[in-house]
Design a protein around this ligand. Structure first.
Ligand SMILES: Cc1ncc(COP(=O)(O)O)c(C=O)c1O
Length: 351
């Protein structure tokens, strides 16, 4: 079996597991009052070139929902892409933790929100209107849920429209590392220097073990969020072990190295796809995910060959590369696609 189902099917990086073992000595205060959690604040502040508050959380869903809940009132409307994970796959956790907050989808290509449609939608809701809820925040997924990456200019264009209306900005960075690896920019440029107030910083999918983080760039949000996290059961009593994982993740650019590795594998497969026009990409491969429109029968044939992946519809397959996916596994997939699709005809539109 060759597993392309998700970047959470893989191992954790040995450096992260070793950090857990190294943290296992003596006593340490609970609930984040330990030395590791203090160190995490310094490390992440260095990484982001500004003073941040970093909160380890158990999952990306917790990071997203609690970040969004911190951004506005319970009658707020949060704008996101139609395909955003918060909109499609988190059981409306944002609405739950936000006390009724509503998500509203905005159009754009490749899983992005675009500034123009956002401006149009905002112009249609006046601050005096009582009947619709009020816009409160925007959430961008970076890298996007279709494997694309916002450029800094694209983030800034959305931020400009949002800030003009006083909205806050959240980034779902479940694959932030892949996006930074792709653009080669600094984490600071992709976040607070582009207007992001708060980010869900993914680690688990990118070689982490058991936690992600919320990174707060706008200090006024942090104290209220800390209380919400406690209410939501997202404050470990043995927090040192959560913080130790994230310190190891950031240390020596491990997070970036792992993302570069999974991006490289995805790019290798994408390069092979250029010779197989019948396998149509839904979005450019800019991070570690590949969304492919395939003709009838192709998915069955790939599964018979031992490839595992998700069927997103009758004709759409998703392949995700992990930090530990090998070049040989990439070449095996490319060869199988060539074998099965060399003489195939184009698929019908996605159903
Ligand atoms: C873009 C994105 N955000 C958030 C999440 C949520 O992460 P978790 O499954 O850890 O809650 C995922 C998981 O698939 C994701 O792909």
């Amino acid at each position: 079996m060759i597993d392309y189902r998700s970047d959470n099917t893989g191992r954790a990086a040995p450096q992260i597991l070793e950090a857990l073992v190294r943290a296992n000595h003596d006593t340490a205060l609970g609930y984040g009052a330990d030395d590791w959690t203090a160190d995490l604040q310094r490390r992440f502040s260095d990484l982001f070139e500004t003073s941040v508050r970093a909160f380890p959380v158990a999952t990306g869903t917790a990071a997203n929902a609690l970040s969004l809940a911190a951004l506005g009132p319970s009658w707020g409307i949060i704008y996101c892409s139609e395909v955003a994970h918060i909109n499609t796959a988190e059981a409306n956790a944002a609405g739950f933790f936000g006390g009724g907050v509503k998500l509203a989808a905005i159009g754009g290509q490749h899983g992005k929100i675009e500034a123009g449609p956002l401006a149009e939608v905002l112009a249609g809701i006046s601050p005096a209107q009582l009947h619709r809820g009020q816009p409160s925040a925007v959430s961008l997924t970076q890298a996007t849920d279709l494997g694309g990456v916002y450029t800094l200019d694209e983030i800034r264009a959305v931020a400009k429209v949002a800030k003009r209306r006083g909205l806050r900005l959240h980034m779902d960075g479940a694959r932030f590392a892949n996006a930074v690896a792709r653009l080669g920019c600094s984490p600071a440029d992709m976040t607070w220097r582009s207007g992001i107030d708060i980010m869900s910083f993914g680690a688990t999918k990118n070689g982490g073990a058991l936690c992600d983080a919320i990174v707060v760039f706008s200090p006024d949000i942090a104290d209220g969020l800390a209380v919400q996290l406690r209410r939501a059961g997202q404050v470990w009593s043995k927090m040192r072990f959560a913080s130790a994982q994230l310190i190891a993740y950031a240390e020596n650019d491990l997070w970036l190295e792992m993302a570069r590795a999974s991006n490289r594998i995805a790019a290798r497969i994408a390069a092979a796809l250029r010779d197989i026009p019948v396998a149509r990409l839904l979005a450019p491969v800019e991070a570690n995910e590949i969304f492919l429109e395939l003709p009838d029968g192709a998915m069955d044939a790939l599964e018979r060959d031992g490839f595992q992946f998700y069927r997103r519809s009758r004709t759409l397959a998703r392949f995700v590369c992990r930090f530990d996916t090998s070049e040989a596994e990439a070449d095996a997939l490319a060869a199988a696609l060539r074998r099965h699709l060399g003489s195939a005809t184009a698929p019908r539109a996605t159903d």
